[in-house]
Design a protein around this ligand. Structure first.
Ligand code: PLP
Length: 396
């Protein structure tokens, strides 16, 4: 938490400054500026009463309860998302699963977005029905379709700020306006946009979820997740998660906070690079289509202008003029950009757009998902152009 003085109380910090200071100890306490890693599962005492006193003072005694780097990361994510509270988890999927487990019960219904993350879809469509929780997949950019899908037992709608891999951008304020009067929770997976580009809670969402593994961590070196929102909801998720394995390791939490410090700086490079690369691909004869929300003719361009006014993120999906084997050869021909089934790191990465295993063989199309990193866009374009020349020449 930042210490305030008369001047700083008058104005809110910019998100750029928040990424640097959020979650740090107040000034003047001789704090470790690099943050703390306590690599211990437990603290030892001679007197059991001392352990109780320490716990009552809010200090850690057992790592499944809490530990310093986790708490710092939670404070930072809460501040960045403008939330009362945040809870960090061992992965993004854990954040989604623990949120659902804590808030839903048998007989409840959920709506998740179409074109969204395949593992989220699989979790809701194949795991939760066993618990009596049914899910409908709906295009969340179509408010009439959402309204038509609502039932008296609908309890939660889970949206993605930018869908993975559909690259669609639902109007979060409009969704919140539809759901809130009906008492239906809106949770938003903000992994692709990050709080630097979009703050779903300010638009009326109830909860915001992250795969911290991606842009927040930003360096392909950890797996973690987070959920942020009102203290009471987050407390319920955290308490229920206590029994399900709710926390990342202390080193991963520390790495995540270290990564977070450069989030605004990274997004400031990544977004314009991604737009440049998307524009290049859109104009290339060997590319059939490009899906990047920042392109002027993107299907949700009007929502993007309002909701992602500082940039449309670092991920884009494009279709080569060919089939899946064309896409495979294209990736082999790249020199700089590795195939990797992830996104949001300092290195650009490329992969097939993720699809659910359960739906069988992936479609035989030349689609690829590119996550633009911090390399100079001209170097990325040169790499892509080299591999595209082979697609054009039919060298497969
Ligand atoms: C939008 C989105 N949400 C959640 C996840 C799951 O995150 P994790 O891999 O940290 O469990 C991913 C992973 O790719 C994702 O893209």
């Amino acid at each position: 938490m930042m210490q305030s003085n008369g001047e700083s109380e008058k104005r809110a910090l910019t998100v750029r400054t928040q990424t640097i200071h959020a979650g740090a100890a107040p000034l003047g306490h001789g704090q470790a500026l690099g943050g703390e890693i306590v690599q211990s599962s437990v603290y030892g005492f001679r007197e059991p009463a001392d352990a109780s006193a320490r716990r009552e003072a809010g200090l850690p005694i057992y790592a499944r309860d809490h530990f310093p780097s986790q708490r710092s990361l939670e404070t930072a994510i809460a501040e960045l998302e403008g939330a009362e509270s945040a809870h960090v988890t061992p992965s993004g999927m854990a954040a989604i699963a623990l949120t659902a487990l804590a808030l839903l019960t048998s007989g409840d219904r959920v709506i998740i977005g179409a074109d969204g993350y395949c593992d989220t879809e699989e979790l809701f469509l194949t795991e939760f029905p066993r618990l009596g929780i049914e899910t409908t997949v709906v295009d969340l950019t179509d408010l009439a379709a959402v309204e038509a899908a609502l039932r008296p037992t609908t309890r939660l709608v889970l949206a993605e700020t930018i869908t993975n891999p559909g690259m669609r951008v639902p109007d979060l304020a409009a969704l919140a306006a539809l759901l809130r009067p009906r008492g239906i929770l809106l949770a938003v997976d903000n992994t692709f946009a990050t709080p630097v580009l979009c703050r779903p809670l300010a638009l009326g969402a109830d909860l915001v979820i992250h795969s911290v593994t991606k842009f927040l961590g930003g360096h392909h070196d950890l797996v973690a997740g987070a959920v942020a929102g009102p203290a009471e909801l987050v407390r319920r998720i955290s308490r229920s998660g206590y029994f399900f394995g709710r926390l990342p390791g202390s080193f991963d939490a520390w790495l995540a906070l270290r990564g977070l410090r450069t989030l605004a700086a990274r997004m400031a490079w990544i977004c314009p690079s991604a737009e440049t690369v998307a524009t290049f691909l859109a104009g290339h004869p060997a590319v059939r289509a490009v899906r990047y929300p920042g392109l002027r003719d993107a299907p949700d361009a009007e929502v993007v202008r309002r909701q992602l006014s500082d940039g449309a993120g670092g991920v884009l999906v494009f279709d080569l003029d060919g089939d899946r084997s064309t896409a495979t050869q294209f990736m082999r021909d790249l020199r700089l950009i590795p195939y990797a089934g992830t996104l949001g790191g300092v290195e650009s990465t490329i992969c097939y757009p993720p699809v659910r295993d359960a739906v069988g063989a992936p479609p035989d199309v030349g689609s690829l998902r590119l996550s633009v990193g911090l390399e100079a866009p001209e170097d990325l374009i040169a790499d892509l152009a080299g591999a595209l020349a082979n697609v054009r020449a039919g060298i497969q």
